[in-house]
Design a protein around this ligand. Structure first.
Ligand SMILES: Cc1cc2nc3c(=O)[nH]c(=O)nc-3n(C[C@H](O)[C@H](O)[C@H](O)COP(=O)(O)OP(=O)(O)OC[C@H]3O[C@@H](n4cnc5c(N)ncnc54)[C@H](O)[C@@H]3O)c2cc1C
Length: 352
């Protein structure tokens, strides 16, 4: 049995910790914050992902259901026009993230403690030397923070964000997605378990105040919601190159965002983080097998990366027209989604 050190008590780090501790390894998790639930800049938040919950839990060997619930209502607002979209088509789930007792992070933390994992909070890992004593049994799963990417030499893009977090009726459960020329990515308004979250982001360039205000005007028009203040921040995303997905950096094992388990659009961040945590745990015991499983899981990344680069050549206004056409033709959309996700664990048989 090995002594394993894990940097980061997020989704990937916690799944890896639970898996290894249950298999008899001695696991120590080093977390930057003073408690579980990630950065107060990002969380509490409600995040969403399409997935096959039953298959994903079976793959992970971990029950994530207390931290997630089906999304009840979805709407797509493209170019100022609203289209209803049935979340059941893609089996879309809300994840509660952050330090609250009801979040997925807290649920996984409780499972990890039950399995015997030891935690050290307020302990940022800032360089490979911080893990040196445990090599090669160390996993880096520090998520969307520059320091992990810089310390382990993982390339990234700087993404630009505006968010607003408020409260709402706990019964509300919806996500409304916004596509328009103010960003080449998207914005959304989400309500789940009393958390109201408004988010506009762009992975390639800063968002001007004018574009942010155009988004806010649409939110006011469609939701009747005035945003009282915005939080602006940047964080790294691992979509910098076709070579992004990587399971190892030197002698360390990577998991979650750092491993590239995030989109462009084929590999949702939440789903990718959970799956890659499991694979990172496998890598502690059998590097060869873990590497094969990792390659299998990230195989949709490569065509998705090429498609994303091609999309950038198209003016954003044409993309918006494209979205409107797609939302009109849900049948076409269903088959496109099937092609993107069918190779991923948890997604197989999603569209029987
Ligand atoms: C505002 C926001 C909205 C998002 N919305 C969605 C969404 O709707 N759907 C989706 O699929 N994905 C979404 N994502 C992305 C998703 O959250 C990530 O892909 C996923 O959480 C990555 O998991 P992880 O385990 O790699 O990192 P995280 O779950 O972020 O965990 C990283 C952990 O490492 C800790 N840490 C950081 N630096 C250090 C350090 N140096 N030393 C020790 N510990 C450290 C952090 O405090 C944190 O606890 C969103 C992200 C953000 C920020």
């Amino acid at each position: 049995m090995a002594e394993v050190k894990i940097a980061g008590a997020g989704l990937a780090g916690l799944v890896a910790a639970i898996t290894l501790a249950r298999r008899g390894h001695q696991v120590l998790v080093l977390e930057r914050e003073e408690r579980v639930g990630g950065s107060p800049l990002y969380h509490p938040s409600c995040q969403g992902s399409p997935l096959n919950l039953e298959e994903l839990c079976a793959y992970l060997g971990v029950d994530i259901s207390p931290g997630v619930e089906p999304i009840q209502e979805m709407r797509e607002i493209a170019g100022g026009k609203a289209y209803a979209f049935d979340p059941r088509l893609i089996r879309a789930w809300f994840f509660e993230r952050g330090p609250r007792e009801t979040s997925l992070d807290s649920h996984l933390y409780r499972l990890a403690r039950e399995a015997g994992v030891e935690f050290r909070f307020s302990s940022p890992v800032l360089s490979p030397e911080d893990l040196w004593d445990f090599y090669p049994h160390c996993i880096v799963a520090t998520g969307l923070h520059f320091e992990g990417f810089d310390a382990f030499g993982v390339p990234y893009l700087t993404s630009h964000h505006f968010t607003y977090r408020g409260t709402c009726d706990p019964e509300l459960n919806f996500v409304h997605m916004y596509h328009d020329t103010y960003t080449s990515d998207y914005g959304y308004v989400a309500a789940f378990r009393g958390i109201l979250y408004v988010h506009l982001f762009n992975r390639r360039r800063p968002i001007s105040l004018r574009d942010r205000d155009r988004f806010a005007e649409q939110v006011a028009r469609f939701e009747g919601l005035e945003i009282p203040r915005w939080n602006g921040f940047t964080f790294p995303v691992p979509a910098a190159s076709i070579r992004t997905p990587r399971l190892f950096a030197g002698r360390a094992i990577l998991a979650g965002t750092l491993a590239g388990a995030m989109d462009p659009f084929a590999f949702f961040g939440l789903h990718g983080a959970l799956v890659s945590g499991k694979i990172a745990a496998l890598a502690v015991e059998d590097r060869e097998r873990a590497w094969r499983e990792f390659r299998r899981c990230v195989s949709p990344y490569y065509p998705a990366y090429c498609a994303a680069r091609l999309k950038e050549l198209v003016p954003v206004s044409l993309n918006v027209i494209g979205f409107r056409t797609v939302f009109h033709r849900l049948d076409r959309k269903k088959s496109a989604q099937r092609i993107l996700v069918e190779y991923m664990p948890g997604y197989r048989n999603l569209f029987p």
